[in-house]
Design a protein around this ligand. Structure first.
Ligand code: ZN
Length: 144
């Protein structure tokens, strides 16, 4: 859209120059403007300041599309290349049977506590705690 407005503005400037100075000046100014515009376009081209990362997707035909970057300023997309060379470091192998016994005991304890809480919430087991004593709201606290 910006290019269209720039082209229309250049056309208007050329028409005004044609009326004011004649065809030789317009031809010279047009060539100069073309060179200047091309140079300016090469310098001011989008550098993708805030690209957005789109996740991998599968289209309606079942084809997988890899993750890609998208620039909202210029509309360009390019594939996102990630470094998959890094392999997780495995620090422990095997298992310790002495820890398995403790883990099983803790899991059994947690399961029993969950069952007790569920039964208590359902009302099958009366709660152990006594209800708190009622405090009259009419008594006022004396400020010191
Ligand atoms: Zn861009």
């Amino acid at each position: 859209m910006g290019y269209l407005i720039s082209a229309l503005a250049a056309l208007v400037v050329c028409a005004v120059l044609l009326v004011m100075f004649g065809p030789a000046v317009v031809l010279t100014a047009g060539l100069g403007g073309l060179v200047a515009g091309t140079t300016l376009l090469a310098v001011v081209r989008c550098r993708h300041p805030h690209p957005a990362l789109h996740p991998p997707t599968v289209d309606f035909q079942g084809r997988r599309h890899p993750p890609h970057w998208y620039c909202d300023d210029c509309g360009r997309t390019w594939e996102a290349v990630f470094n998959h060379d890094a392999v997780p470091v495995q620090r422990f192998t095997g298992y310790d049977q002495s820890k398995a016994v403790d883990a099983a005991r803790r899991a059994d304890l947690v399961e029993r506590e969950l069952r007790r809480l569920a039964a208590s919430r359902s009302g099958l087991i009366p709660s152990r705690s006594e209800p708190a004593a009622a405090v009259p709201i009419s008594s006022r606290r004396v400020a010191r």
